[in-house]
Write a protein that binds this ligand. Structure first.
Ligand SMILES: C[S@@+](CC[C@H](N)C(=O)[O-])C[C@H]1O[C@@H](n2cnc3c(N)ncnc32)[C@H](O)[C@@H]1O
Length: 293
């Protein structure tokens, strides 16, 4: 559940801060490698934040504490990116993001207000063909199911863009009713986000035997779904990504304070080393998290 502060900024839980720390760690490694490549073939590399957010969200456990959101994590990364794209659908948030140009006057910052699926597909993808010898890191961090599979496909087809996705496991499970087949609109919505919906038929099953109503008459057989395992859904999404990108990391599950899985984070890349680094960062994070429990 999203909460907002008095100025419309996000109030975020511990797990969101951990997500930002994982992002920062990977950005550092990515930028060091890319900067090295600039000495030979690479012309430029960019950071693209498709869901830029409120720039400085507040911590849930102490609302006086501000946290650096994803655009700041990218701007703080050294070596620097050649350029930064920040997109958000909210005009109020875009206004905050625009202030980053004054805070970081020596950076090339492009800001767009709108649906990131359109901005990515119509404006950004066409600028990054393989022949451009440029690369980009795209952070996809929606609240729910706002990333279209078609956008992921187009980003993968560039062969220049890697994506770091925060996939809403909770957003998917919430859409699937427990004791009846999902409505066709829901199936359509899920196929827009996950690329395929074949898996839905696997998780819905016929009830055992014939059910009787209170008068003892047989009822229409209804489907029911087994409890969806968050790990399974997270893996399913990474498998889908594997059909588009040559290399995909393992997913790391992001849990709230009551240990429910909210999201799963993973990297899909054109480079194998990027995956090795991400898996190491994820493994270290999980080891420390388990020790803290
Ligand atoms: C989870 S927040 C992003 C947080 C940010 N990445 C951070 O870590 O600080 C999601 C953001 O996506 C924006 N948003 C929602 N739907 C969008 C869309 N279709 N395109 C672009 N931005 C969208 C919201 O206004 C919100 O700021």
């Amino acid at each position: 559940m999203s909460r907002f502060g008095s100025e419309g900024e996000d109030i975020i839980g511990r797990w969101s801060e951990e997500k930002l720390d994982l992002l920062a760690k990977y950005l550092k490694a990515y930028s060091v490698i890319m900067n090295e490549q600039k000495k030979s073939w690479l012309r430029a590399y960019y950071y693209i934040d498709a869901f830029a957010g409120s720039v400085r969200p507040r911590a849930k456990e102490d609302e006086q504490r501000y946290i650096d959101g994803s655009p700041l994590r990218a701007l703080q990364t050294e070596p620097r990116f050649d350029g930064y794209w920040f997109i958000d659908v909210s005009p109020r948030r875009v206004e905050r993001v625009q202030h980053l140009r004054e805070e970081f006057p020596d950076r090339v910052i492009e800001v767009r207000q709108g649906n990131c699926n359109e901005v990515l597909r119509n404006e950004i993808v066409p600028r990054l063909p393989y022949s451009s010898m440029q690369r980009a890191f795209v952070f996809l961090d929606p609240y729910g199911l706002q990333v279209d599979w078609e956008t992921v496909q187009e980003l993968a087809n560039t062969k220049t863009c890697d994506i770091f996705v925060n996939f809403s496991v909770m957003g998917v499970t919430r859409l699937l009713p427990r004791d009846q087949d999902p409505d066709p609109e829901v199936v359509e919505q899920l196929s827009q986000v996950m690329g395929s919906t074949d898996w839905i038929t696997q998780i819905y099953r016929e009830p055992p035997g014939i059910q009787l109503d209170i008068f003892g008459n047989p009822t229409e057989p209804a489907s029911s779904r087994d409890t969806i395992q968050a790990e399974w859904l997270a893996r399913l999404y990474t498998e889908q990504l594997r059909s588009l990108f040559p290399h995909v990391s393992r997913p790391v599950l992001m849990r709230n304070s009551t240990n429910s899985v909210l999201y799963s984070l993973c990297l899909a890349s054109h480079n194998q080393t990027a995956i090795k680094i991400t898996n190491e960062i994820f493994n270290r994070y999980e080891r420390l998290r388990d020790l803290g429990e």
